[in-house]
Write a protein that binds this ligand. Structure first.
Ligand SMILES: [Zn+2]
Length: 630
């Protein structure tokens, strides 16, 4: 369709979105903080993805399926999805840089995917190789989950590069799904949501209403306890309560947020206020009771699941990188649906503190799990445990290519225009050029390392236009051209001319964050933040003999920015605290008020905290975000 936005989210004019994303062309990132992260993604992560997908066997599965082969497929049942996520990353990367070599790889892999597709449109190399009856074990085979990632990659390829080869595959597959599932077809549901958001985007790309209808049917068919697999109950599959009735998020975190973002997409296109209100209610409950201060989602290793309200352990936090990505995609859709900037605050939080820790600064190593505390002497009981440090790949490799596609499409999260076309909203601050509503803006900033954002109008429309700049919820004391501005969207409507300038100053002085008392493991603890960044203290930054496990923070001592760590290219915060010197006991308990030495001696220590996203780049060692307040 002609008016499709060149980005992963392109609501139709017939829907009820309050805002319209500007897509990846709407923000060109040329320098500063994010340019460094995007450069590492392009130079290291994406090439490594190509190598790993070949080495791990994902590409080999497709090759054998394309040759009509049978036999044991390699890897997880959802092995194809990692290839598709990589293809999506590549499409946005080509849109960003025009990389010809990458375009060749895209085309090579696309030809392979097309060759693996069955005559009737079905495609899942693992099921094809293993000879399992199609959709007969849909609770665990992830056939529709993989289809969803294929569709997203295909839409990205069409919008980002102009190639339609993968879209042809996706349309054939989607047509096959429309013919197979729905009210008059199979009522089976995939154990892992993802197809819902993808089908809505395919509707937006092609105009084929049946894709939106099927997405809506999948959303509403869920929550009736029909999915069975792994011996898990329906909570795990987001299948216990219908989406329209759910009041919070529960179960497997990635499943839950992917389903919710799909439901938000359906609501945007159908205008069902009740459905949008339901997912807004769930989002609020998630942020209010089930989200880590880092934006991390999923408190339990068991079932990779959301816990009960306020069940947010730091040391055993799961907080999968993919869950933060699903969370920020959901937040982005809620922002576009409602225009409420608090959702943009959540995109920022989950990007910087939820997803970005999932990849090393150099781009070659990844975290699956993002704990907020690692103890000295912790044992690497699982490949995913951050005690191991980041790894080059995982046997279940969902997170690395998910991070790649998010970074390569980052520009699409930066700005929107109003649906009337005469307003531009800048939600995320990047160094570069932002375009929309006839305005072209040059943005100079090193955000989030610095809170100053200088916006210069390069060209402007003839008539009046409104320019809105997000003032984050954390930015109390923010000013626009020297005038105080409240959190939300600071709007300026007028005639603009080239050379007009706006200066937004977001205070990034370090501050302490306290947690709700109901989060027991961190009661009476504080976290350090500066601007949107949450900080962590690593063992390597403490004096010899002082253990991060024993650390307390003196809340009365000043906090100050300590310049930039050269190795991390990230700001550090300096604080003061003390550590215990322990008296050895036969057990870690003692009678209260027993009149004896309380077993500890306080030794003052300087505290040097680094942004949480940058931890474990100087070796992986003990670390903590929450520090008991002394
Ligand atoms: Zn993952």
């Amino acid at each position: 369709m002609d008016d499709v936005v060149k980005g992963p989210l392109s609501p139709t004019a017939g829907g009820t979105a309050a805002l319209r994303p500007v897509g990846v062309d709407g923000a060109t990132i040329t320098g500063g903080f994010w340019a460094e992260r995007l450069a590492a993604n392009a130079a290291v992560s994406i090439p490594q993805g190509w190598d790993q997908l070949h080495r791990a066997g994902n590409v080999g599965n497709l090759e054998r399926a394309a040759g009509g082969g049978t036999g044991e497929a390699v890897g997880d049942v959802f092995a194809d999805s990692d290839v598709y996520k990589w293809l999506e990353a590549v499409a946005w990367e080509i849109a960003r840089t025009g990389d010809e070599a990458l375009l060749e790889r895209q085309r090579e892999l696309t030809r392979l995917v097309a060759a693996a597709q069955a005559e009737d449109g079905y495609l899942d190399s693992v099921v094809q190789l293993r000879g399992i009856a199609r959709y007969s074990e849909l609770g665990w085979t992830h056939e529709l989950y993989c289809a969803g990632h294929l569709v997203q990659a295909a839409v990205a390829q069409r919008r980002g590069t102009g190639d339609t080869a993968l879209l042809d595959v996706a349309v054939r597959l989607a047509d096959h799904l429309v013919a197979t599932f729905g009210p008059d077809g199979s009522h089976e549901l995939d154990g892992h949501p993802e197809i819902e958001t993808a089908l809505v985007e395919l509707y937006r790309e092609t105009g084929t209403r049946a894709y939106l209808d099927l997405a809506g049917w999948f959303v509403d068919a869920r929550g009736r306890g029909t999915v069975a697999a792994y011996g898990r109950d329906s909570t795990y599959f987001s299948d216990r309560v219908p989406v329209r009735e759910a009041t919070t998020v529960e179960g497997h975190a990635v499943r839950a947020v992917y389903l919710a973002e799909g439901a938000a997409d359906v609501a945007i296109e159908t205008g069902e206020d009740e459905l949008l209100a339901a997912v807004a209610r769930q989002f609020a409950a998630m942020v209010g009771t089930k989200q880590y201060v880092t934006g991390g989602l999923g408190a339990r290793w068991e079932g990779e699941a959301f816990g009960d309200p306020y069940e947010l352990p730091s040391d055993r936090a799961y907080a999968e990188s993919c869950a933060a990505i699903g969370g920020l995609q959901w937040a982005h859709r809620m922002l576009v649906a409602t225009g409420d900037e608090r959702y943009a605050d959540q995109v920022e939080r989950m990007l910087l503190n939820g997803m970005l820790p999932g990849v090393s600064l150099a781009g070659g190593e990844f975290f699956y799990v993002n704990a907020l505390q690692v103890r000295n002497g912790a044992e690497p009981d699982d490949q995913r445990n951050p005690v191991n440090g980041r790894l080059g790949w995982f046997s279940t490799a969902c997170c690395p290519p998910n991070i790649m596609r998010t970074l390569s499409s980052l520009g699409a999260y930066v700005a929107t225009t109003g649906v009337d076309g005469d307003s531009l909203q800048v939600h995320q601050y990047v160094q570069g050029t932002v375009r929309g509503a006839g305005l072209v803006l040059d943005v100079e900033t090193d955000f989030p390392r610095d809170g100053r954002v200088l916006v210069t109008v390069r060209s402007a429309p003839e008539g009046e236009a409104e320019l809105g700049l997000r003032v984050p919820g954390w930015a109390s004391g923010a000013t626009l051209d020297g005038e105080p501005v409240e959190p939300g969207l600071a709007r300026r409507r007028r005639l603009w001319s080239a050379g007009d300038r706006l200066e937004l100053v977001l205070p990034t002085a370090p501050r302490l964050i306290a947690a709700d008392d109901r989060i027991d493991g961190i009661r009476d603890s504080v976290a350090i933040a500066a601007g949107p960044l949450v900080f962590a203290v690593e063992q390597v930054d403490l004096p010899v003999g002082a253990q991060v496990d024993d650390l307390h923070l003196d809340v009365d001592a000043p906090l100050r920015l300590g310049g930039s760590d050269a190795a991390l290219a990230a700001p550090v915060v300096l604080a003061s605290g003390w550590v215990h010197r322990h008296v050895e006991r036969p057990e870690p308990y003692a009678a209260l008020g027993g009149g004896e030495d309380d077993g500890v001696e306080r030794e003052p220590v300087p505290i040097r905290a680094v942004p949480y996203f940058a931890w474990a780049n100087r070796g992986a060692d003990a670390m903590r975000v929450w520090i008991p307040a002394g």
